[in-house]
Design a protein around this ligand. Structure first.
Ligand SMILES: [Zn+2]
Length: 67
């Protein structure tokens, strides 16, 4: 019996089966995927690991993200 790997949806934390037919992996659904992409696009996304202690609102150069 093949084991199906599961991951957690980065958006809502739901269990997601990592299978080829899941087009939205690692997200659980298109909705979560769109939410995540939308957040990136609006630069309102905060990555905990990338937190540099600077809110960014007062940075002279503004954007510190390069990618
Ligand atoms: Zn989700």
């Amino acid at each position: 019996m093949a084991q199906i790997r599961t991951v957690k949806c980065p958006q809502c934390g739901a269990s997601v089966r990592w299978v080829p037919e899941n087009r939205f992996r690692p997200f659980c659904s298109e909705r979560c995927k769109q939410i995540d992409l939308g957040a990136w696009a609006s630069e309102d996304y905060r990555v905990p690991a990338a937190a540099e202690g600077d809110p960014g609102e007062q940075s002279p150069s503004g954007r510190s993200t390069q990618d």
